[in-house]
Ligand binder design. Structure first.
Ligand code: ZN
Length: 179
């Protein structure tokens, strides 16, 4: 299998760690529906739908701020919305709230993880691969408590905490929450 065939099968191959972020955004492969597939909610079409919604919310919020709020905030929201609107092939915006760029970077991360996991499987086949999340001590549980964890309940609590945080931070229509 030659380079082109591997690329067709596996997607782009990183030649260097330098400027990987820029390379991802400059390569339209990551904005399409090629491998890796990261879920039905994260297709190119869904990213476009989300982009339209995010832009709409930003402009509406900017109008509201301009009418009865902070004109400086309105300016910044419009600048961000303009930036996301003008994100397209050959001129990606590289904004964190841009669903297209965010998805492209996420796909590249998944692809890189798949490659590194395959390599580690060969290079360290006698070792176990451990995936770890960093959790603040104040919300950590001891290993003995893991069996008793109610993940569904914890997720509900996490969502409620995020919701409270967003309600305090942002205007309600920005997140589709009830006022
Ligand atoms: Zn973008």
């Amino acid at each position: 299998m030659n380079f082109k065939e591997r690329r067709r099968r596996n997607g782009p191959v990183f030649k260097s760690r330098q400027k990987a972020h820029e390379e991802v955004l400059a390569n339209e492969f990551w904005f399409g529906d090629g491998v890796p597939v990261i879920g039905k909610q994260f297709t190119a079409e869904k990213a476009k739908e989300r982009k339209d919604k995010v832009v709409d919310v930003l402009y509406r919020t900017a109008r509201r701020e301009r009418r009865a709020g902070d004109a400086g905030v309105a300016d910044r929201l419009e600048i961000l919305a303009d930036k996301i609107v003008s994100c397209h092939q050959g001129r990606r915006c590289d904004s964190l709230p841009c669903p297209g760029c965010h998805r492209a970077l996420q796909k590249a991360k998944v692809a890189a993880q798949e490659i590194i996991i395959k390599r580690l499987k060969v290079a360290r086949n006698s070792k176990l691969l451990v995936m770890a999340n960093v959790i603040p001590l104040w919300i950590a549980d001891t290993p003995e408590e893991f069996a008793d964890l109610d993940v569904r309940n914890l997720n509900r609590r996490l969502k409620a905490a995020q919701e409270r945080f967003l309600r305090e931070l942002l205007p309600p229509e920005m997140w589709g929450a009830e006022p």
